[in-house]
Write a protein that binds this ligand. Structure first.
Ligand code: 13P
Length: 268
């Protein structure tokens, strides 16, 4: 399998958010995952784990790097490698630590930390400048969903990628690891146990794919929002679902392992 084929595999990404509380629980979780995945390397999807910053080094040191990759949940928007930015982590620091992926634009960051397009553009810029792969999250609220604004919302959220067309198109030519993954996460599906219908997910992924196509950007498209061990198998059958971004169900090794198994099937 060449590197391009490897990156064409489906993606199963764990977003642990502000969990677990203790380092001991975190060590337990990653150790259990390592053990479950130990004898299985061939048909695995790309498995990526995003712990909170405080546990990033612990998890990075413990995870089996031949099976899993590490991801940060955030990055500083300021144009600085280091300096007087209390509480922030720069893209350079992540790169130096050996972290090569970062989640940007999660609805919780947009909602609770008021991250707008200007901030997100800066974050993406610094991530790309430091060779980080960006998992860019987009999605509509319940009110927007109910008033049929989903496509308009996604279109405006994706619009900021116009700023990066040049570097993203180059990455397509190189046909190596994508610099960008899109995670479609309807805000109303996050942590609620609700999901759109499979037809709706298929239609939205098709829409996103068309939009990326017109920008000549290649990016795998993940679905996120109440993915669990029960629905992952069906989600994996949807044509343009290249993987999943999992919150709550990734905090139990057993359910996250099951989701990984369901995407092994998709991997063939
Ligand atoms: P849940 O899987 O808990 O709904 O969270 C989804 C999410 O926000 C992943 O980024």
């Amino acid at each position: 399998m060449n590197i391009n084929q490897q990156w064409q595999r489906p993606w199963v990404v764990a977003n642990w958010k502000m969990n677990p509380v203790t380092t001991t629980e975190t060590i337990h979780l990653i150790t259990e995952l390592n053990e479950k995945l130990l004898n299985q390397t061939e048909s695995l999807p790309n498995v990526v784990v995003a712990p909170s910053f405080i546990h990033l080094t612990t998890v990075k040191d413990l995870l089996n790097a031949s099976i899993m990759d590490i991801c940060a949940q955030n990055v500083c928007a300021q144009n600085a490698q280091k300096g007087a930015f209390t509480g922030e982590i720069s893209a350079s620091q992540l790169q130096n630590l050996g972290v090569s992926n970062v989640i940007i634009g999660h609805s919780e960051r947009r909602q609770y930390f008021l991250e707008n397009n200007d901030v997100l553009i800066e974050k993406i810029r610094h991530a790309f400048d430091n060779n980080l792969t960006v998992i860019f999250c987009i999605g509509e609220t319940k009110a927007q969903y109910e008033t049929q604004q989903t496509q308009a919302v996604l279109e405006s959220q994706l619009q900021i990628l116009e700023n990066f067309k040049q570097s993203l198109q180059n990455s397509l030519d190189e046909a190596v690891k994508p610099k960008l993954l899109i995670a479609y996460e309807p805000v109303w599906a996050i942590g609620t146990g609700l999901t759109p219908t499979f037809d709706e997910i298929a239609n939205v992924h098709h829409f996103i794919s068309e939009m990326l196509g017109t920008m000549q950007i290649y990016a795998p498209i993940l679905y996120g929002g109440s993915v669990n061990a029960e629905n992952a198998k069906d989600l994996a059958t949807i044509d343009l679902v290249d993987g999943v971004l999992v919150g709550g169900a990734s905090l139990q090794a057993t359910s996250f392992y099951q989701i990984i198994q369901d995407f092994c099937v998709k991997n063939g």
